[in-house]
Design a protein around this ligand. Structure first.
Ligand SMILES: Cc1cc2nc3c(=O)[nH]c(=O)nc-3n(C[C@H](O)[C@H](O)[C@H](O)COP(=O)(O)O)c2cc1C
Length: 366
């Protein structure tokens, strides 16, 4: 098990409707005022990262959407140590614009920005904005070039690159980012093509919620491939966290979320998401096996089962860590209150369990 404490990120609700496709009451807002306060609570509560979402058009409950890079900068300006991961979609963005924007934000925020390269699953969105829609594995081929170009621009003078999607000739970005060697590069996506890309170029691999066994299979696969490439990659797993004083209360909240799910929106989302893993040559990846209940949370976050008392949740988090997970990406029903509760009640237990496991490990090897 890693000696490093497991890290925590939260989904920034910069898109309306919260993180579940349900009509249950959600005291979560997509406004900047709400989000500034949430970011401050999160950094005081022990969260290291916040992840923004990129969405250009309404989809399945998300009627309003603030743009991710601008929003990330606003959150960085309102905080002191939180790192904010800006989501970027190749297609609408090209690598030079992304590299320039993020280098400037890195300079303005003493090196606290990171990026999540998302490859796209929402064909209707691409059609709406007049962007060419690439087939599944082509999207990842483009994303990989995008990441190689980003890294090249950020780290190399007179950058020259001849790819199928992007070309550069003697390009000098000045100033370069503060962070060395460059801001961290996350990726969203878990199909074969996504994993292979992570094993070659990404610093972090983000995957949808899953069981511990399902996560372990991905971690083992990706780490073995990365080792062959002389690369190392960290893993972040999505979870919708429902922590309550009793397990009954937590389960009742989950039941109410599902009961009040908006079937039309959930089914339409399920249909659109077939363009993700299911459309890959092997038919695997995000949402390929999701049930109706899974889809009520956008990224299969119930499957990770961080639902119960603080003690139960802390134990499951340490179990995820034991199979190689480096970060839990969390979403909540009422973000501000629940991020604070997590920081007060769950995180200290995680740290205690980590310390106990390390001591056990030390005494076994002594
Ligand atoms: C943690 C995480 C965050 C994501 N964020 C976004 C996003 O902000 N916008 C978006 O269009 N897609 C987002 N995605 C979707 C992925 O980029 C990708 O298109 C999807 O997971 C399909 O993966 P697959 O085809 O490899 O299975 C995200 C995925 C994950 C796992």
């Amino acid at each position: 098990m890693s000696q490093q404490p497991i890290k925590f990120a939260y989904w920034v609700p910069n898109v309306s409707g919260g993180l579940v496709v349900s009509k249950i009451e959600q005291r979560t807002s997509w406004t900047i005022d709400y989000n500034r306060k949430l970011a401050q609570i999160a950094e005081q509560s022990g969260f290291e990262y916040a992840l923004t979402q990129i969405r250009f058009t309404a989809g399945y409950g998300a009627e309003f959407q603030h743009e991710s890079v601008a929003f990330s900068h606003a959150l960085l300006a309102a905080t002191e140590k939180l790192k904010v991961i800006a989501a970027i979609l190749p297609g609408p963005w090209n690598p030079v614009l992304a590299a320039k924007q993020l280098a400037t934000i890195d300079q303005l925020t003493a090196g606290r920005v990171a990026v999540n390269i998302v490859s796209g699953w929402f064909k209707g969105e691409f059609t709406a904005i007049g962007e060419h829609w690439l087939e599944h594995d082509e999207r990842y081929r483009r994303s990989e070039e995008f990441i190689r170009a980003l890294k090249g621009i950020w780290t190399t003078d007179n950058f020259t690159f001849k790819g199928d999607f992007y070309r550069f000739h003697d390009y000098n970005l000045k100033p370069k980012p503060i962070q060395q060697p460059h801001p961290e590069i996350f990726q969203g996506g878990s199909s074969r093509a996504a994993r292979d890309m992570a094993a070659r170029v990404s610093d972090w691999y983000f995957t949808n919620g899953n069981t511990v066994e399902g996560i372990k299979a991905q971690v083992d696969d990706i780490r073995a491939k990365a080792a062959l490439n002389g690369h190392s990659v960290k893993v972040g797993v999505n979870a919708f966290i429902i922590a309550r004083d009793t397990e009954e209360e937590a389960r009742a909240v989950l039941a109410e979320i599902i009961d009040k799910a908006d079937p039309e929106a959930v089914n339409a989302f399920g249909d659109a998401a077939k363009q993700a893993g299911k459309a890959s040559p092997e038919g695997e990846g995000n949402w390929a096996k999701s049930t109706f209940q899974d889809l009520v949370q956008y990224n299969d976050g119930f499957k990770t089962n961080l639902i119960g008392t603080p003690q139960q949740i802390a134990e499951r988090i340490v179990e995820l860590k034991s199979v190689g997970v480096d970060l839990v990406l969390s979403a909540f029903l009422h973000f501000q209150e629940e991020v604070a509760y997590f920081g007060e009640r769950v995180l200290p237990l995680v740290r205690e369990l980590e310390a106990a496991r390390q001591e056990q490990g030390a005494s076994v090897s002594a």
